[in-house]
Write a protein that binds this ligand. Structure first.
Ligand code: SF4
Ligand code: SF4
Length: 478
């Protein structure tokens, strides 16, 4: 037996490992052996969840139909490797902007998690939003949780077949709407519908639609909270970001325990706490968590148990808040650390602010045309027969506007008396395309004072002079 095993055994005898096993024995997560039929109760957090999910649905389904200057306002244009957002077009060479957007989004999620735990999961996550819709449909078709459990246990008959078939049919229809709505974020929405109606979609589009329908049906209809508990990576690392000062739905065990059943006439047998062991908080939980056992990995912090318990407290004439958004420290009566004293919050916030600053810089410095100039290195310069010095430059101009445009290339700064060779009056560049050209700049050696002189190239749109770009480089001389 190696030292590690001896230590493990020693710990087991000492009790620490045994404790862990004891915890595992009572670990309350449903591992798929039963379907959770959560009850729906009105309340503040129920409304917040519903409205945030309506917002997600409307954004996903309707935003792609919004037109801006004759084209789709927001689109991840796969064909042209571009991202369009109203007047903004991000091209592959500006993808660092998209990276900053993703970093900022991640940091925002980290900050939210650090402050209020998995609030993202409860209100904004696609999985919980779609699961909530699927269970709402189930509720409408098969009835409330009690009726659903009865239906599940009943033998197959006409009523059961009709209800089950109807439910799965509606689920698949929602999957189809999801698939179409998701796909049109990547292609022109109206063109997509035209091709869909005329059965002319490419194979890849059909495969995408089938995959999304299958995924939606599987994840939101069949797996539901299992995905949050066992597959979602965020569930795993969110516990690292939260600490004892993080605010999350918590059961006030000091007030609630020892719990006791309520008897007739609202009488609670003494000496009980405020919890009447009604299980309403568990019945409404979409992940099947009993919050009274403490914070758990499966809790998506949706707050529905708070609504349920508050309604019970109202009924029995006790103050609300037996389950409430509170930190572990607050529940335990410890002095609560102020959020700004948390170093992780500072780290996440700093990265978030840096990403936002980078995006603002990018947005304010983005132009409709890109000009790059590369001076010839071998040789750096050539002495001409008349004694003048000549440099060669390779230029690339990218027209990022939505119209074909003529560009005029000129040179500023440089040497007095310099001439530009190879510059035509104008060069036509189609929209969203680039063009290359070679230019020579020749200067009389008598006017050259330094080995290196700054020189600036300008590309200006003839149809629209506001579409212009400058690129500073150097003129080399002996
Ligand atoms: S809803 Fe409130 S009173 Fe009922 S079991 Fe849960 S914590 Fe106790
Ligand atoms: S325990 Fe409460 S907050 Fe957590 S998932 Fe269940 S209902 Fe939502």
């Amino acid at each position: 037996m190696n030292a590690f095993n001896k230590r493990e055994l020693g710990e087991a005898r000492g009790g620490s490992v045994t404790e862990i096993y004891r915890e595992l024995e009572s670990y309350p997560v449903n591992i798929g052996e039963k379907t959770i039929h959560a009850k729906r109760m009105p309340g503040f957090f129920r409304s917040m969840k519903t409205w945030s999910q309506v917002g997600i649905w409307l954004t996903l389904c309707l935003l792609p139909y919004l037109r801006w200057n004759g084209k789709q306002a927001v689109m991840f244009d796969i064909d042209h490797s571009q991202f369009h957002c109203f007047n903004l077009t991000v091209r592959p060479d500006e993808m660092w902007m998209m990276m900053l957007v993703f970093i900022a989004a991640s940091m925002l999620m980290f900050v939210v998690t650090n402050v209020v735990s998995r609030a993202w999961c409860g209100y904004m996550c696609f999985q919980t939003a779609w699961t909530d819709l699927f269970t709402w449909i189930e509720d409408k078709v098969e009835g409330n949780p009690t009726a659903r459990r009865k239906l599940e246990a009943s033998p197959w008959n006409a009523d059961k077949i009709i209800k089950k078939v109807s439910k799965h049919f509606i689920w698949l229809a929602v999957g189809l709407i999801t698939a179409i709505s998701f796909t049109i974020w990547f292609v022109d929405a109206f063109e997509f519908w035209d091709k869909l109606i005329h059965w002319q979609l490419p194979k890849v589009a059909w495969v995408t639609i089938v995959l999304i329908i299958t995924g939606t049906y599987l994840y939101a209809g069949l797996m539901r909270e299992q995905l949050c508990s066992w597959i979602c990576p965020y569930a795993r690392f969110q516990s690292v970001m939260a600490d004892s000062s993080t605010i999350m739905p918590s059961y006030d065990f000091n007030r609630g325990e020892p719990r006791g059943k309520l008897r007739k006439g609202n009488e609670i047998v003494a000496p009980e706490g405020d919890c009447i062991d009604c299980y309403q908080c568990v019945q409404v939980c979409p992940t099947g968590v009993d919050i009274r056992r403490g914070h758990q990995l499966s809790c998506i912090t949706c707050g529905l148990c708070i609504d349920a318990c508050d309604s019970i407290m109202d009924k029995i004439g006790k103050p609300r808040g037996l389950i409430r958004y509170a930190s572990t420290d607050a529940i335990q009566g410890k002095p609560t650390q102020k959020r700004f004293q948390n170093p992780w919050l500072w780290i996440y916030s700093s990265i978030l602010l840096a990403s936002i600053a980078g995006m603002i810089y990018g947005l304010t410095h983005m132009t409709s045309v890109t000009l790059t100039v590369r001076p010839e290195r071998q040789p750096l310069f050539v002495r001409m027969s008349d004694g003048s010095i000549q440099n060669k430059y390779e230029l690339k101009i990218l027209n990022k506007t939505d119209s074909d445009m003529h560009f005029n290339v000129t040179v500023a700064d440089g040497i007095t008396g310099q001439t530009v060779i190879g510059s035509k009056d104008s060069i036509l560049i189609p929209h969203q395309h680039g063009a290359s050209l070679t230019l020579f700049v020749k200067a009389p050696s008598s006017n050259i004072a330094n080995e290196v002189t700054p020189i600036t190239f300008l590309a200006t749109g003839i149809e629209d002079p506001s579409v212009a770009a400058a690129y500073g480089t150097k003129f080399y001389a002996p």
